[in-house]
Design a protein around this ligand. Sequence first.
Ligand code: C5P
Length: 244
Amino acid sequence: MAKEAGKSKGENLAQVDPSLSTLHPSLIPVIAIDGPSASGKGTVAQRVANQLGYHYLDSGALYRLVALAARQRGISWQDAPALAALTQTLNIQFDNGGILLDGTDVSEDVRTEQTGKGASEVAVHPEVRAALLDLQHSFRRLPGLVADGRDMASVVFPDAQTKIYLTASAETRAERRYKQLLEKGMQADFGEILRDLQQRDARDSQRSTAPLQQCRDASLLETDHMTIEDAVHFVINAYELQKK
Ligand code: C5P
């Protein structure tokens, strides 16, 4: 999912000084947060964006939308050329926290485990990744962007001002997801969740194109024993420090 995270201070600035609206994209700050599934990076990234009044890009939602649209149109998650062609024609709208695909609200459908599995299958194809690149770049707007995913720091925004690799052990992540499902009143099997996460980690980190990895210039943020607030504080602090 990608959406406006808050009131855009920079856009106000650009209204005052029109020259700012023609800023080269590389001058617009980006905080790139990468990490494995269920690490909590989405929650942290969204809160950081809110606090700074920056835009927010949830790149995983784009891969989920490709998987969902393919399923609806009978396209196999293995058919790279057809998926790439489909990606070019997707009609996606982000509307007040909701996601519309061809005018239909798919906010719930993109979040299912099935769509998540499909996303990690379509994401192995270099053609699909390339087809999503321009769309991801278009989120880099004033006053800044917080982007989360797997390859934000390595491929999509290699010149990001701040790069964070946010992770936690597979057991901690499985436990968090298990609790979330129970809180929603859903049935959950801890062992199955852990196995799914480990399979997803393996697929994401072993693929040849844009694998999940900690870049050499990214700060490691291990959240096993941290609250969300601590993690948000860490990211904002890292960003403020690099500005000095
Ligand atoms: O982050 P989320 O779980 O929504 O992402 C779903 C899947 O999309 C991931 O398992 C991964 O395979 C893929 N993905 C990716 N690159 C990104 C974001 C997500 O390959 N930048």
